[in-house]
Design a protein. Structure first.
Length: 425
């Protein structure tokens, strides 16, 4: 059922965190096994009795009881966090100690520690981010691979190696450690990628996955709850996520079909989230730090300021993308800049910028590159060329909603013909 997928997303990270705190990082696999047991038990029981009124509490209680059973077994008496071993030896202290570690406020603090534990200096940043997405956000290996535009088999091997490194640690990361600042950027990046997966889903049928966006927003706000991680970059990250989340209601129509930015009803954008995003953006300016999150949030704020697409300050957005390219010189950023140039100076200029993107071959498998080419060719009247680009984009599309959107574009470029079948992505 759909509710089970959403629950797994929301509760998986909390359960893994609490159980890792009990068993220790060296027993990470055991913590994951107990989480899987809890969800399997839910599938069995809920199929017969129905979903309980408070499924989150049910899962927490099931995982807690399973953890107590594991600790009571003689053969697993040593399979716990070293600092808690004494408390688990006595039946008088076992249950209250485990119960205390499942307290929501304790889990919240430990989840932040778990995020930073995943960002071990022995791991590459890609592996650090992958671990956060996998362990704390409930991403499958295939979804982590999609977030990095990588192959599933390669990502599975990366996750296995990363878990082995993480399991060699004995304690969750101490937030007072001198490495805190170094690890913070990887934690922020993981949250950013989590939100992107929800905003522009790389898998499944839906164009957006709101529950992933909400989870990313929750984790980003958790950074602001700790004084050391409440930096300008963390505030800018929150600003970016809230400003983008405000546009989610307008990204699809009443039938759930994907809409482009230019076709959205901006009256459906969430004014409350826009206001909160703007406040976070103001707070992000409290330091001299300038990060990619500051610039992306500024771009989102310019979009949010326009009541109509024609009123958008496209020249200002191009300037922001110039700054973002200096901070993050990637083909995807250059692609987005070219689209903004097209809005400011016309489709022909936009196509010129697309042709000048360095390393553009890296975009060959990126559907939005071909969709952008098709859109700009369509706007200048080259419908046959546009149709070819849209067909290529359709073949590379990540989900059914994107394919249906591109099918509509293909039809618009050949109104006298029925849609020619194109291969599914």
């Amino acid at each position: 059922m759909q509710v089970e997928e959403h629950l797994f997303r929301r509760e998986s990270g909390r359960l893994v965190t609490a159980l890792t705190r009990i068993f220790g990082l060296d027993n990470l696999a055991l913590a994951e096994d107990v989480v899987q047991d809890a969800f399997c038990r839910a599938l069995e029981v809920w199929k017969i009795r129905g979903v309980p009124d408070n499924p989150s509490a049910w899962l927490m209680a099931t995982a807690k009881n399973r953890a107590i059973d594991v600790l009571r077994r003689q053969k697993t008496a040593q399979r716990c966090a070293p600092e808690l071993e004494r408390l688990f030896k006595s039946e008088w202290t076992l249950v209250p100690t485990v119960s205390g570690l499942f307290d929501p406020s304790v889990i919240k603090d430990d989840q932040l520690r778990m995020m930073f534990s995943c960002c071990d200096e022995r791991l590459s940043q890609t592996s650090q981010v992958a671990l956060v997405l996998h362990l704390l956000c409930g991403f499958s290996a295939s979804e982590v691979a999609a977030a990095f535009l990588a192959g599933q088999a390669a990502m599975e091997k990366r996750l296995t190696r990363a878990k082995k490194v993480l399991s060699s640690s004995k304690h969750l990361f101490d937030l007072a450690d001198r490495e805190f600042a170094e690890r913070l950027s990887s934690v922020q990046r993981a949250i950013y990628l989590l939100f992107n997966e929800g905003y522009q889903s790389a898998s499944g049928e839906a164009a957006t996955r709101v529950e992933l966006c909400r989870e990313a927003m929750r984790l980003a706000q958790a950074l602001l709850d700790h004084p050391l991680s409440a930096t300008g970059a963390s505030h800018a990250l929150c600003a970016l996520l809230f400003l983008h989340a405000a546009r989610l209601p307008g990204r699809v129509d009443a039938a759930g079909e994907l809409l482009s930015l230019f076709d959205q009803d901006r009256a459906r954008w969430d004014a409350g989230l826009i206001e909160r995003g703007r406040r976070f953006l103001e707070l992000s300016a409290s330091s001299d730090e300038l990060t990619e999150y500051h610039v992306e949030a500024a771009i989102a704020a310019l979009h949010a300021a326009a009541q109509k697409v024609e009123e958008t300050d496209w020249a200002g957005i191009v300037t922001c993308y110039d700054a973002l390219l200096r901070l993050r010189p990637t083909p995807v950023v250059a692609l987005n800049r070219a689209i903004a140039v097209a809005q400011a100076q016309g489709p022909s200029r936009g196509l010129e910028e697309l042709e000048r993107i360095p390393d553009s071959e890296r975009l060959a498998g990126y559907p939005f590159y071909h969709a952008a080419l098709g859109e700009l060719e369509r706007r200048r009247g080259a419908l046959d060329i546009a149709r070819g680009h849209f067909c290529t984009a359709h073949a590379l599309a990540k989900n059914a909603a994107e394919r249906r959107f591109l099918e509509r574009r293909i039809e618009e470029c050949s109104p006298e013909m029925s849609l020619t079948p194109v291969p599914a992505g």
